[in-house]
Design a protein around this ligand. Sequence first.
Ligand code: SF4
Length: 359
Amino acid sequence: MFLCILILSQMPALSIAQKERFIERFMQMNSFVVPNSINQTMELINHIRELKKEKDAILLSHYYMPAELQILEEEGGVADFVGDSLGLSLEAVKASGKNIIFCGVRFMAETAAILNPSKKVLIPDMEAGCSLASGISAQDVIGLKQKYPGVPVIAYINTYAETKAECDIICTSRNALKIAQSFPNDRLIFVPDEFMGKNLREVIYKETGKELIVWNAKCEVHEQFTKTTIHQLMESNPEAEVLVHWEVPDEAVKESLSKGKGIVGSTSDIISYVSKSDATEFILGSECDLGATLRGLYKDKIFITPCVKCPYMKKINLQNTLDALMAIGTKDEERYLVKVPEPTRTRAELPLRRMLEFS
Ligand code: SF4
């Protein structure tokens, strides 16, 4: 409490209630706070909130963003919406402002640009890539289609626009199963995530008898959750249920579910699973800052999070978010503007819109 009072007394012009709400949320999501950094944080937040209004911008933020970018505007933060890839795509379609600041990685911002050709989409750091998206090219998909003629290609949303343009439909970890099940074909191609493909392959084969041909790219964050890591965490926390993302290696997923509890699923599946579970402790097999999201949502539960951070997501911070906002309407704007050439955009929009019909 003393710490809170000290911090509040030194802060710039947010209302006291907004500051209190922000600090409460921030402390809930993080296990400790350094007073100097929270003062700087509040100054940046104040500035971003003002500029969002001035520049008619909305700010979309992914669950893997640091806690300070996941706090909503009504909680004293800067985000208008926080979600997973699918949630952010849906929100991008509904976006009301003239400009979208996308706090996530580049393929996500590109998706927003594909679905919103009349709006400017800006990403605070163009170098925010993704090992999955860069693990497959448009040419690779063309090669797969030549090798397996007539077999539909389902692409995970973690792909760049040129790759999406060559695919039949896009999916996210939330709707992948439903989409795969909807095809009448006996065989399907799934790109680019090898582990997610393998995890899905088993489920799809069991339920429909369909064969899934998978590509070999990997998420460099989720591949670190090996069977051994999960096993050791389960041994040290025997009461905890394990929450793992679809992108985790198939052997580790089997280990995680070996006690008949826990879940493999999308980020949203993981979040909603916790709300329904009676367990009080959970091991998280996903990106570190999803732990911040979960701690923010479920105050009374304990989350054991081996902190593997996505280096691409962590390129986005409050400072470069502010810089991107300041650049809107100036000659610096080009540096942040996400552009998809029109012929590619129209071709990539088609499989994306097909996905949205499943949402
Ligand atoms: S966590 Fe993995 S899939 Fe997500 S952006 Fe980072 S590298 Fe890509």
